[in-house]
Design a protein around this ligand. Structure first.
Ligand SMILES: C[S@@+](CC[C@H](N)C(=O)[O-])C[C@H]1O[C@@H](n2cnc3c(N)ncnc32)[C@H](O)[C@@H]1O
Length: 266
């Protein structure tokens, strides 16, 4: 069971301030670049992208600018309104569309089949069983198409290190089975953490793994806002270390997020 009402309430409250926060955050800007690069590497411009949990549509607008067609979906009223404003501003109504829809209802999605299904920054961590999303993928993805998903894993060493400061609950929160209570602008709902292997398995045998890269293993997670402010050059060095090592096992299993790219082989 997912609590769509609370998710809608929390993320809708966040929607108006979301872009300003993300655009001014060096770690978020860098991480978006990594996820977008996966899409650019696998799907050429002109391709059609279905975006799940698109938030304010920042990535959607980027891909539209790069020549893709993007159908952006999200469940939160406030986020959908932000996407609609971006569509208006882009003046690209044939190539940039929005639909309010949960990723558990992909049967309802129009405009397919797509060359890729993109999901950034842990929207998919709001659901306990990813098969409720993956079972509809053969209907919305073309054979040979890609899924590029950015998901939060259970092992985040920066978070585990909080135990050294006595913050035991924060340190171990991702390890709880059965979900962890998240609080987004006062709205509470459960979040779930998945290993890369568990996400890949949820796709089933019709998909093959193409790439796996984690980030914020060495570079601190974006919510540690003060680190890049106090130590900008160290932050850049740690980003470099992530980029060098985090596509390789075992580093690609750990971090604040991982980017998994799967291909639909039918
Ligand atoms: C952390 S935000 C990420 C937004 C965007 N992908 C980004 O990169 O900024 C998570 C998003 O997931 C959306 N979301 C959560 N559960 C969802 C669901 N069941 N269906 C569709 N969207 C959902 C929220 O409304 C929110 O916009």
């Amino acid at each position: 069971m997912i609590d769509i009402e609370s998710i809608n309430a929390g993320f809708s409250r966040k929607a108006q301030v979301y872009d300003a926060y993300c655009e001014n955050h060096p770690v978020i800007r860098w991480a978006r670049g990594l996820a977008r690069a996966q899409m650019l590497a696998h799907v050429p411009p002109g391709g059609a992208i279905l975006e799940l949990n698109a938030g304010t549509g920042a990535d959607a607008a980027f891909f539209v600018e790069r020549g893709y067609r993007v159908h952006a979906t999200d469940v939160a009223d406030g986020m959908v309104a932000e996407i609609a404003a971006k569509i208006e501003a882009a003046g690209q109504r044939e190539r940039f569309t929005v639909q309010q829809c949960s990723f558990t209802e992909l049967d309802r999605v129009w405009g397919g089949p797509y060359d890729a299904v993109f999901s950034n920054f842990g929207g998919l961590n709001c659901i306990p069983d990813l098969r409720d999303v993956t079972r509809a993928l053969p209907k919305v993805l073309k054979p040979g198409g890609f899924a590029v998903w950015v998901v939060m894993p259970p092992i985040c060493p920066w978070e585990l290190a909080q135990a050294l400061r006595g913050h035991w609950r924060t340190a171990t929160r991702r390890l709880h089975h059965g979900g962890v209570l998240a609080n987004v602008e006062g709205a509470k709902f459960l979040a779930y953490y998945f290993t890369p292997g568990a996400v890949a398995r949820a796709f089933g045998p019709g998909f093959r793994r193409v790439a796996l890269q984690s980030f914020s293993l060495f570079c601190p997670p974006s919510y540690m806002d003060n680190f890049p402010k106090r130590l900008p050059s160290q932050t850049r060095r740690l980003m470099g270390l992530d980029e060098t090592l985090c596509s390789r096992w075992p580093f690609n299993q750990w971090g604040d997020y991982f980017i998994l790219t799967m291909q639909f082989i039918a």
